[in-house]
Design a protein around this ligand. Structure first.
Ligand code: AMP
Ligand code: FE
Ligand code: FE
Ligand code: ZN
Length: 290
């Protein structure tokens, strides 16, 4: 991977497809990764590995694919619990306990989506759960799919507006029955994977966890922190880098690409080769090559 003369490889370790709340199919996602000039792309759909096989089948020459997922978690050290995201790379997709947990969380997301729709309908907002479910096309359902229904109904103009306080960001926001983050870290490690805390300081998304919790997670097996991300201010990125250095954790940067559900483009933030190599060395699943 390291080339003494060539340009640094472009490595983007966080992207979503239609297997969750992205808008490109897994095959189109890897093609877009190659077109964006990436050398390495990770597919990290929410709570599913359903995009892995079609992404591998469509992998263009020269692009490497890290198979991963983004696990919906919570930290119960605050009331109400703080929701957070754990990226998991190169784990065994057939690990029974992890498979069972992901299946449970996807079902919980559907139950929660249906309850959000019931709240909206109780306020005479005309959105339909069957429409939203079919809009998700069999992928993991999330609030972006409900946001699309609000846009279709002409109630909001953009996904961003749909995530505002009057809508899915606060008034019609409900928690989902997701995974305790310590259990998730241990499960990912048990499945041979590499757990990395996604956008840990993204205060613009809501509450964040204290540094002490991140230190405890590091002791429990957390491998890294995502520092460079559009939801981190420069000061937040610097804070995450310093914390990672203190705790001996690897640092990643990534776009968290969601197709047209967000404006960020593939490769907008990238990861260094050292971190990439640490992840590859620690994971049980091979990096796929096109
Ligand atoms: P959920 O997983 O159902 O709780 O929905 C969270 C997802 O919504 C995230 O993974 C993002 O894809 C998306 N999201 C969160 N905040 C925003 C925002 N302000 N604008 C657009 N998409 C967002
Ligand atoms: Fe998402
Ligand atoms: Fe996330
Ligand atoms: Zn993500």
């Amino acid at each position: 991977m390291t080339s003494p003369t060539g340009p640094a490889p472009r490595i983007d370790l966080h992207a979503h497809s239609t297997a969750s709340d992205g808008t490109l199919s897994p095959a189109d996602l890897v093609r877009a990764g190659a077109e964006a000039g990436l050398d390495v792309l990770a597919i990290t759909d929410h709570d599913t590995t359903a995009g892995w096989a079609p992404a591998v089948r469509a992998l263009p020459p020269g692009l490497r694919l890290i198979r991963g997922a983004e696990l919906s978690c919570h930290w119960s050290g605050a009331q109400p619990p703080v929701p957070l995201h754990l990226l998991a790379y190169l784990f065994d997709p057939d690990h029974p306990e992890l498979v069972a947990e992901l299946t449970r969380v996807r079902a919980a997301r559907e139950a929660r989506g249906e309850r959000i729709v019931a709240l909206l309908r109780a306020d005479d907002i005309d959105v339909s759960w069957p429409d939203i479910l079919s809009g998700a096309g069999g992928g993991t359902v999330g609030r972006p799919h409900i946001a699309q229904a609000l846009i279709r109904a002409g109630l909001v103009a953009s996904t961003r507006e749909a995530f505002g306080p009057d809508w899915l960001g606060e008034r019609y926001r409900l928690p989902k029955d997701d995974i305790d983050v310590f259990r998730a870290v241990r499960l990912v490690r048990a499945a041979g994977g590499v757990p990395v805390f996604a956008h840990p300081r993204a205060t613009r998304r809501g509450r964040v966890v204290p540094d002490e919790l991140i230190a405890e997670l590091a002791a429990a097996g957390l491998a890294g922190l995502e520092a460079d991300h559009e939801d981190h201010s420069p000061a937040e990125q610097a804070h995450v880098r310093a914390l990672a250095a203190e705790l001996g954790l690897l640092v990643t940067g990534s776009s968290d690409f969601h197709g047209t559900h967000k404006s960020v483009q593939l490769g907008a933030f990238t990861t260094g080769v050292e971190a990439y190599e640490r992840i590859v060395a620690a994971g049980v699943t091979e990096v796929a090559s096109g």
